[in-house]
Write a protein that binds this ligand. Structure first.
Ligand SMILES: Nc1ncnc2c1ncn2[C@@H]1O[C@H](COP(=O)(O)OP(=O)(O)O)[C@@H](O)[C@H]1O
Ligand SMILES: [Mg+2]
Length: 267
């Protein structure tokens, strides 16, 4: 048996209410990310997919309170690390791509500068070398004229181009062992969603990255992912290989989800 790269083990928690009580949101969420695999996390909005992913990086909203569970990464419980130890993991070992890349970038620095700064933070070297790596990374995510683009500011990028730059930053500049993508194509023009998804899958495969892809697009999941985690109402309903989940889902909720997306066996 191969060991999981990341193991979420019975993670529970909720939001602190005005009355001082905790309204539960995550209920003993457990799933494993196996090395080199692309694992999809699916389930309707509000099921706890993002909160679980943010908890891995220690960037959950301040009102969120964990009430139990562990997140094991390389044998260590991430939830027990202090802020300094967590900073050495975030970005360098585990990086994340969010939905709105332009909002995640700093508006006052050029895209190339931001990428170069992150490169130097993780790998050191000269500013010139870091900028060359940034330009190279922009080229690898198929941004035309990467040298010119690197000198532009985030607002000069379209949503799709910004998302490509974010993917370049998270996957190629940070060179993490684990990449989390939280609905990376949501909000983009449908015509470019498929291109970006293809790019993500190619990069993950080329770099041998372990990836966790949170998405609504079950068509993409069926075609590209190795394993699937189905979440509903703060719980993991079912996990399995992509083939298992799509051809022989065990749980009624999974069958309904597949039926709603018109994929998988009819219920
Ligand atoms: N900052 C917050 N304050 C209070 N409740 C929140 C906050 N963020 C998320 N929630 C609640 O936590 C639940 C899970 O949210 P989330 O993990 O974002 O779901 P998903 O990513 O699956 O759509 C939802 O019911 C949501 O309303
Ligand atoms: Mg979400």
């Amino acid at each position: 048996m191969t060991a999981a790269l990341l193991s979420i083990d019975r993670l529970s928690g909720g939001f602190l209410g005005a009355d001082g009580g905790i309204a539960p949101v995550l209920d003993a969420v457990s799933y494993d990310l196996m090395p080199g695999q692309l694992t999809a996390v699916v389930g309707e909005t509000g099921s706890g997919k993002s909160l679980t992913a943010l908890s891995v990086l220690g960037i959950q909203p301040p009102a969120f309170r964990r009430t139990g569970g562990r997140i094991l990464f390389g044998g260590r419980d991430l939830l027990s690390l202090d802020a300094a130890a967590m900073r050495t993991i975030r970005g360098a070992r585990i990086s994340i791509v969010f939905q709105d890349a332009r909002a995640a970038m700093n508006p006052v620095f050029t895209v190339g500068r931001q990428m170069a700064d992150v490169f130097r933070l993780h790998h050191g070297g000269s500013a010139r070398h870091a900028m060359d790596r940034a330009i190279e990374a922009l080229g690898r995510v198929r941004i035309p004229e990467p040298e010119r683009r690197a000198r532009q500011y985030p607002h000069e990028f379209s949503g799709g181009m910004a998302q490509r730059a974010m993917i370049a930053l998270a996957a190629l500049i940070c060179q993490p062992s684990l990449l989390i993508l939280d609905e990376p194509t949501t909000g983009l023009d449908v015509t470019i969603q498929a291109d970006i998804m293809t790019l993500i899958v190619e990069l993950c495969r080329d770099q041998g990255l372990t990836a966790c892809l949170i998405t609504h697009d079950l068509g993409v999941v069926a075609e590209t992912c190795d394993a699937v985690v189905v979440m509903h109402a703060g719980r993991v309903v079912e996990t399995g290989s992509t083939e298992q989940i799509f051809t022989a889902p065990a749980e009624p909720y999974t069958r309904r989800l597949l039926a709603a997306s018109q994929l998988g066996e009819p219920v």
